[in-house]
Design a protein around this ligand. Structure first.
Ligand SMILES: *Cc1c(COP(=O)(O)O)cnc(C)c1O
Length: 401
């Protein structure tokens, strides 16, 4: 009774005091362990959402707790970017050592990372005396965030329409349409940006040919290529970076979601050629790269980039794809993805299935209308896949009658 009252009480407060921009299910999460979340009635939920591809190491991870604890013992949570501290330098070094990049700028979220990358692209052109080189090419189905710059390259009416006017000079091309890019890109293009695997847009992978051709076109027109790996980066595909499977490197890459195990962080990774044009005072942030978040991120990066860890993600990801393709349901249109970033496209709106999942102790999230997006903690095991398949099969059977 006590806990029911707690749930009711909290839900009522949320209803009364929060801006009503989210619709949430009517249970209250109070703790988590591994792949599992528990509500106030101690009902478990197998978590195939992971805080939207954030909680790569799951819940209650002792290594994460230790990284937090060790940093707290120094007393430094935040100092601002006015001063030198240890963890952000070490994290930047570790990111550079494991990527195409030469330098890193830290911020606090995915949208901020993209915002910064767009600013850097304009700054590079401006610094080179090309003041009219301001245009951006982005893609259908993209999701880059909700602040004005990122929103401007997120071509979804529902997100954009109430907030116009947006950034000028954005051209949207169909994802994976090489010819479209060839027509859209000009010498006024300062950047082309895409997700190497689209998350929110429904788990669509960029093809290697597309990535190669866009790289060439960018070089021809002096435009910078930006990869948004906010969702697909940091081990999710079984590669540390999703673009490793494409054989193409960008000029900038944005990352965020899983980087600090759930603490807010974002980063823009850039080549030296980009960094050469970013000067003192050009961009800044109060919180970005703080000692606590970067300590934790260094721990996450060291864990996630281990070959054994990445092999585990590939192994469980392959098993997931295999088990999903065995489900015999006329509602399934396609199963696709890489590693533990998988989409199950149905012939129907998936939101009732997500809702009924709650009844069956399963947390699922959609990607668009027809796709169930499976982005669990990267510590998921075969037995977690088995549980998912059992419950999902039931849900699909229910939905079909
Ligand atoms: C979530 C996401 C973002 C935005 O990240 P926020 O931290 O919510 O601002 C940007 N790009 C991609 C690919 C994402 O999945």
């Amino acid at each position: 009774m006590q806990t029911l009252n707690l749930t009711d009480d909290i839900l009522e407060k949320e209803h009364d005091y929060l801006v009503q921009s989210y619709q949430r299910p009517s249970f209250l999460l109070v703790r988590g362990q591994g792949m599992t979340l528990y509500d106030a009635q101690d009902k478990p939920y197998a978590d195939w959402v992971a805080g939207i591809a954030v909680n790569a190491l799951g819940y209650g991870d002792p290594g994460v707790a230790q990284a937090i604890q060790r940093q707290l013992e120094t007393g430094l949570i935040h100092t601002s970017n006015l001063y030198h501290t240890i963890p952000h330098a070490r994290l930047a070094e570790a990111l550079v050592a494991r990527s195409f990049a030469d330098r890193v700028f830290f911020c606090n979220s995915g949208t901020e990372a993209n915002e910064g990358a767009l600013k850097f692209a304009r700054r590079v052109a401006y610094d080179s005396g090309q003041t009219d080189k301001t245009e951006i090419v982005a893609f259908s189905g993209a999701f880059h965030g909700r602040t004005f710059g990122s929103l401007s390259i997120t071509p979804k009416d529902k997100y954009q329409k109430p907030f116009k006017p947006l950034l000028q000079g954005v051209t949207i091309v169909d994802y994976n349409d090489i010819e479209g890019v060839r027509q859209a890109i000009t010498d006024k293009t300062c950047a082309v940006i895409f997700e190497t695997i689209q998350g929110e847009g429904g788990i669509h992978c960029a093809t290697p040919e597309f990535a190669r051709e866009v790289r060439c076109l960018c070089d021809m027109h002096g435009a910078l290529l930006i990869f948004d790996e906010v969702q697909c980066g940091m081990g999710r595909t079984g590669h540390l970076w999703a673009h490793e499977a494409l054989g193409v490197t960008p000029d900038m890459m944005t990352i965020a979601k899983p980087l600090a195990a759930g603490l807010p962080i974002g980063a823009i990774l850039v080549t030296q050629a980009v960094a050469d044009h970013i000067h003192l005072g050009d961009h800044g942030t109060t919180f970005g790269g703080g000692p606590l978040v970067t300590s934790v991120a260094l721990h996450v990066l060291e864990r996630v980039s281990q070959p054994d860890f990445l092999a585990h993600v590939r192994d469980v990801g392959d098993y997931l794809l295999e088990r999903l393709s065995e489900i015999n349901s006329p509602l399934i249109r396609q199963v696709r993805g890489r590693g533990l970033m998988v989409g199950l496209e149905l012939t129907i709106d998936v939101s009732p299935i997500v809702k009924q999942g709650y009844e069956r102790s399963l947390l699922l999230v959609n990607a668009g209308t027809n796709v169930i997006r499976l982005v669990p903690p990267l510590i998921a095991r075969h037995s977690d896949v088995d549980f998912l398949i059992e419950r999902l099969s039931l849900l699909l059977e229910q939905a079909h009658v």
